[in-house]
Design a binder for this molecule. Structure first.
Ligand SMILES: Nc1ncnc2c1ncn2[C@@H]1O[C@H](COP(=O)(O)OP(=O)(O)OP(=O)(O)O)[C@@H](O)[C@H]1O
Ligand SMILES: C[C@@](O)(CCO)CC(=O)[O-]
Ligand SMILES: [Mg+2]
Length: 415
């Protein structure tokens, strides 16, 4: 591992259509965000592993021999093609002093780190002695793929520390990306990390975090969307906390309870994803307002379906009502139940200030400062995107960068 360490970064995501249905084999359209998670990996001192996760208030360290002994004692089958067993995760929770039913952000994050560290090292060598710090521009638990970006960074860093993938940086390069084969390996292990955090993920989030850009995901098949326009999206964080794991489990329960009612809804969401993809791919690079009515109608229909499957929330209903009062169309993104909503903006529309000032009922600003920000979903292939704000060669998929301690990225690690 490079003596100076390595900074790995992966983007968050927005799901345009298909959330939850994609867990049950339907199609989803997802696109990488310009908000990223960063992981700085440095050689650990005196055979120790240290992980600092200020985003979830976690700081843990272990002696390397203790983890090696744990791995041997577990003798577990760390096969990355299978979900981690409940017994294995219980043993790891006990070792880390995490309560059995824990679902707090720090507990899940440490559990995911421990599992991936032991599993990857079991396959590719010894438990590495590393010092890892993770920081992010993404709100956690808000539907923007923060868990996936975390898992993708962890996978890349641990695979590199165990010698399973190269350090893609060449002398003099500031950023670089791995080969397709290495990215596939990173994505496979990131999916394992998502399985620890989400329980029953589809894999769409870690796929976008690994490959970036815009893609269609269905039953593990990842297909980059052909050249489609850049859409301008207003992201609004309702700041209502929720757990993707719990929401995904709730939808599964409802499907088992009402299959004849729920399956047609999932099929309809699948059809919405297909229709949206056709419309996007038929639109010119710089669409004019008349191309938007169908996209807006699909947002509305899908939002109603997401309420039917039980992942809506009054705060999201309010977002939809307030934006609708300004002629705009919104839907939740990610697991729902709170978290973020997305509002489609036509060319030239930029109502966030007007929304903040006059939105909401009874005149109160609906969007408190800092909870809404404009972003654009860069549908253009990374090579055709405008240069990123930070020195990332490909702004929207996982990248590696030397740990330029002096010149850290704008959102450098805390402390
Ligand atoms: N920067 C981070 N550092 C450490 N752990 C993180 C970080 N970001 C996310 N996580 C882990 O991911 C969990 C949030 O995952 P969850 O899937 O519930 O939300 P999300 O990924 O933001 O939303 P969605 O899955 O709907 O896109 C946190 O509780 C934490 O365990
Ligand atoms: C809710 C869900 O469909 C998307 C979460 O961002 C879960 C998944 O696909 O893993
Ligand atoms: Mg997640």
């Amino acid at each position: 591992m490079a003596e100076r360490g390595l900074v790995v970064s992966a983007p968050g995501k927005v799901i345009l259509h298909g959330e939850h249905a994609v867990v049950h084999g339907k199609a989803a359209l997802a696109v990488a965000l310009g908000l990223r998670t960063f992981l700085c990996l440095r050689p650990g001192g005196e055979g120790r592993l240290r992980v600092r996760l200020p985003g979830v208030g976690a700081l843990r360290s272990w002696e390397r021999p203790g983890l090696s002994a744990l791995r041997e004692r577990l003798g577990a089958d760390f096969d990355e093609s299978k979900p981690p067993s409940a017994e294995l995760l219980e043993a790891l929770k006990e070792f880390a002093g995490i309560p059995a039913e824990a679902s707090a952000p720090d507990s899940l994050a440490i559990l995911a780190f421990l599992y991936m560290c032991l599993a990857i090292s079991a396959k590719y060598g010894d438990v590495p002695s590393v010092d890892i710090v993770v920081w992010s521009e993404l709100p956690t638990g808000a539907g923007l793929g923060s868990s996936a970006a975390y898992a993708v960074c962890l996978a890349a860093a641990l695979l590199h520390a165990c010698g399973a993938i190269s350090c893609p940086l060449k002398d003099g390069e500031i950023t670089a990306r791995w080969t397709e084969e290495e990215m596939t390996l990173i994505n496979t292990w990131a999916f394992q990390g998502e399985r620890v955090i989400h329980g029953n993920p589809s894999g769409v989030d870690n796929a976008v975090g690994t490959w970036g850009g815009a893609l269609r995901f269905q039953s593990g098949e990842i297909k980059a969307l052909k050249r489609v326009p850049t859409l301008r999206i207003l992201l609004t964080n309702t700041k209502v906390p929720r757990s993707t794991k719990v929401l995904v489990a709730g939808v599964k329960e409802k499907i088992l309870k009402f299959p004849a009612i729920m399956n047609p809804v999932l099929d309809s969401i699948d059809a919405i994803s297909q229709e949206c993809q056709s419309v996007l791919e038929a639109m010119p690079a710089n669409p004019s307002p008349e191309h938007y009515p169908v996209l807006e109608e699909l947002f509305d229909i899908n939002q109603h379906h997401l309420n039917v499957i039980g992942v809506g929330h009054p705060s999201l209903d309010r977002l939809c009502r307030v934006t609708a009062s300004h002629g705009l169309h919104s839907k939740l993104t990610g697991a729902g139940g709170g978290g973020c909503g997305i509002t489609l903006l036509r060319p030239g529309q930029c109502p966030s200030a007007r929304l903040a000032r006059h939105g909401g009922e009874r005149g109160r600003p609906f969007l408190p400062p800092g909870t809404a920000w404009l972003t654009s979903c860069p549908f253009l292939p990374p090579s055709r995107q405008t240069p990123p704000r930070r020195p990332w060669k490909q702004p929207s998929e996982i990248c590696a960068r030397a740990d330029l301690s002096a010149g850290r990225p704008t959102s450098g690690p805390p402390g």
